[in-house]
Design a protein around this ligand. Structure first.
Ligand SMILES: [Zn+2]
Length: 405
């Protein structure tokens, strides 16, 4: 956390401490620790958390508080619930302009092709994003980050992918890094130049990867702008063979990978991601049972994005039961983007995951905390209430966790 701040409005805060060694005891709470690997939320009734500096030093019952809590600042939570702060592990929230007009066109009956012919789709976001300076993009993107953070997020992943040339892709990543300096949030950046093919490279995917994706990846790595590398594996984007070239380079320079896979068709993207021990495979509506098992074997998280499913009015549900049977970790994210998921609420997304995909309350809460942290490679740092983890927690004035969903 760049800007430490104290939990003042108990109703609305992610709590982080004011100084490095200060000890604060948060008492009289229902804790959903979300610790442990599978079922349940790790609930502790009559719970307390002791925070020293920015770390959790104790999680347990109020009755068993350790000696270090004596004489420390005490906060009575009056029976409120405490969960790990929420984590949005898949967003495209840095972009210029908006695509509300396309939404109107679609409501009036226009097809995707007609919208694309009128200059819409990803191309319109690419044009708008390329038009604005870094500072202008920060001003446009900050309200989206603020809206997400109102729901007590500690961590947000942000992808590039609306630049589609080296300079513009790196500009997006610098904007994402810049947002982190303006708010008390952890931003994880993902390089997604393999998102779409710019018009100047139409039909020449291989050239685009060689001329733009790989050089941008090398430069972004040198400039410290990239935490992970992503691609869009789909008939309308890149093939598994093309994605492999990007993943080979990422792996060679020591960056983890993840993949937009099996959203509209089954190209075997999840299996490809698993073969690179990817952090996550995302979307997955068209995933088959074998793919679910491959993800589980590799420890790759299945990130479900019900917001895009909803906006596109898709019919094919992700194979939630196959993921459960295989033991694949399941995370949930907003997919915040201007076209297919124009929304900035992780709580609403949790609701959609329950109502549209049939996830349980526990799966939704774990999916937006522990499993989202796992999908970002940050489980050692955040996502559960455990001793030694960062003190990223959220306090909720609710009677039971189902109210969050
Ligand atoms: Zn996405």
């Amino acid at each position: 956390m760049k800007d430490k701040y104290r939990a003042t409005g108990i109703e609305m805060s992610v709590a982080t401490p004011a100084s490095d060694e200060e000890i604060v005891v948060w008492r009289n709470a229902h804790l959903a620790t979300v610790a442990g690997d599978r079922d349940g939320l790790g609930v502790v009734e009559g719970g307390a958390i002791v925070v020293r500096g920015d770390r959790i030093a104790y999680v347990g019952t109020d009755a068993n508080l350790p000696a270090l809590a004596r004489g420390a600042v005490q906060v009575d939570l009056e029976g409120r619930w405490v969960t790990p702060a929420l984590i949005d592990c898949h967003t495209h929230l840095v972009f210029g302009g908006d695509r509300a007009h396309e939404f109107e066109m679609r409501l009036a009956g226009a097809s995707c092709e007609e919208i694309a012919l009128a200059g819409g789709g990803i191309a319109s976001s690419v044009n708008a994003t390329n038009k604005f300076s870094e500072d202008e993009l920060v001003l446009q993107d900050l309200p989206r980050l603020d809206a997400l953070m109102e729901e007590r997020l500690s961590t947000v992943e942000i992808k590039s992918g609306y630049g589609l040339n080296v300079e513009a892709e790196l500009k997006m990543l610098r904007v994402a890094r810049g947002l982190e300096t303006l708010r008390p949030v952890r931003v994880v950046t993902t390089y997604l130049a393999a998102h779409a093919i710019p018009s100047s490279y139409r039909g020449r995917n291989g050239d685009y990867i060689k001329d733009v994706v790989i050089p941008g990846l090398e430069r972004g790595r040198r400039e410290g702008l990239i935490d992970a590398v992503d691609g869009f594996c789909e008939n309308i984007a890149f093939s598994p063979a093309e994605i492999s070239k990007v993943f080979d380079k990422a792996t060679a320079i020591g960056l983890p990978v993840k993949l937009h896979a099996e959203q509209l068709s089954d190209l075997g993207g999840a299996k490809l991601a698993a073969s690179y021990r990817a952090l996550s495979a995302d979307h997955l509506e068209c995933l088959d049972e074998e793919g679910a098992q491959a993800l589980a074997m590799a420890g790759t998280v299945a990130v479900l994005l019900p917001g895009a499913f909803y906006t596109l009015r898709e019919k094919q549900l992700p194979p939630v039961q196959a993921l459960r049977n295989a033991g694949t970790p399941i995370a949930i994210a907003t997919d915040c983007n201007p076209g297919t998921s124009p929304r900035t609420s992780l709580l609403l997304t949790m609701n959609m995951a329950a109502t549209l995909f049939g996830l349980t309350v526990d799966e939704c809460v774990a999916g937006a905390t522990r499993e989202a942290a796992r999908a970002l490679g940050l489980l050692h740092e955040t996502g559960t209430l455990e001793v030694g983890r960062s003190a990223d927690f959220a306090i909720w004035n609710i009677g039971r966790p189902a109210e969050l969903v």
